[in-house]
Design a protein around this ligand. Sequence first.
Ligand code: UD1
Ligand code: UDP
Length: 349
Amino acid sequence: MKIVSVIGVRPQFIKCASLSRELRIHHREILVHTGQHYDYLMNKVFFDELDIPSPDYNLEVGSSSHGLQTGEMLKRIEEVLLIEKPDLVLVYGDTNSTLAGALAATKMHIKVAHVEAGLRSHDRTMPEEINRILTDHCSDLLFCPTQTATTTLADEGINRGVYLTGDVMVDAILFAKNRSENSNILEILGLTSKEYLMVTIHRASNTDTKANLDSLVNALIQLKQPVVFPLHPRTEKQLKHFGLFDILSSRVKLIKPLGYLEFTKLLGHSQKVLTDSGGVQKEAYLLQVPCVTLRDNTEWQETVQAGWNVLVGTNEEMIVNAAHNFQPVSIPKTLFPEGACRNICDILN
Ligand code: UD1
Ligand code: UDP
């Protein structure tokens, strides 16, 4: 089969690295990079360290408003699909690149496969929630990471083409875990295993509202443990814009975004992680690092129900309390079994 895979942002490069490896055994894959993420540390570093094949097309769409960015992607993906005439378009997750790929294909009557289908935060103010819903509703093959996701799709009337495959991020973390141990990032940063907190923040609702970013910064500067925070470019820009960068950097180690192997090492050795990332919530569970989620909701409910993840939103007091005191009672049973990439390929073969 000829498959066009559409990717564009950091977590999609990581997911695609694992799935591409399997996919290319039996299929011809054409890789289309929308260019949504483009800085070296948000983009090429992942291709280099995870051996992702170079994209066949880079659409170089870059940053802009949702409408302009998604519209440009739609137009440029359509041009590629007209040239390549694939049997299937494969999209990952819930970003503007995901929606543009799915929409371009379905309008041309090309089958769409959605990896990470059926996830919901039930918060329609998140751009990602809109992207997920629309992508699922125009997909022909829906690869669900969890049973909850398949149930959600059934509740929305989507029953055909739904498969419970497991989560491709499990394959990614299994690939990275041992390799990442060679990294000397802890020594470079002067950190001691299990004695520091890791932070990542990049959600629009947290970075673009001054009150929320204020509250997050106020909480982080009160923490007792050493704190390391690899900054997403959006967050760095907004911290500077709201005049919060200097106060935060006086207390917290603010560093550039990390490659996947360094990030996995730093996360795995942290005492706890405070994050608003979707992927990091899951990775924390997989690496057995307690997770404090800086959001009011999550599309990974299982990690909360299992007691491994706690939702604290942007409430200063709750963040500080969870950072100091949250402790899962026991390691939960396997929430995300291995083998998603193989399962997806078996369905496609
Ligand atoms: C996007 C996704 C989000 C995902 C995240 C992964 C959407 C709507 N959002 O959010 O779901 O969790 O990627 O990291 O698709 N920027 C740079 N350099 C880059 C990329 C971005 O400086 O290489 C800056 C630009 O100022 C840009 C801002 O970051 O405006 C936001 O980038 P964008 O891709 O629009 O959204 P993310 O916040 O990265
Ligand atoms: N990640 C990384 N370097 C960083 C921050 C995150 O490699 O500095 C990885 C992380 O391990 C996870 C993915 O990027 O696999 C998550 O991306 P992000 O938080 O940007 O997006 P989300 O998962 O929320 O869509």
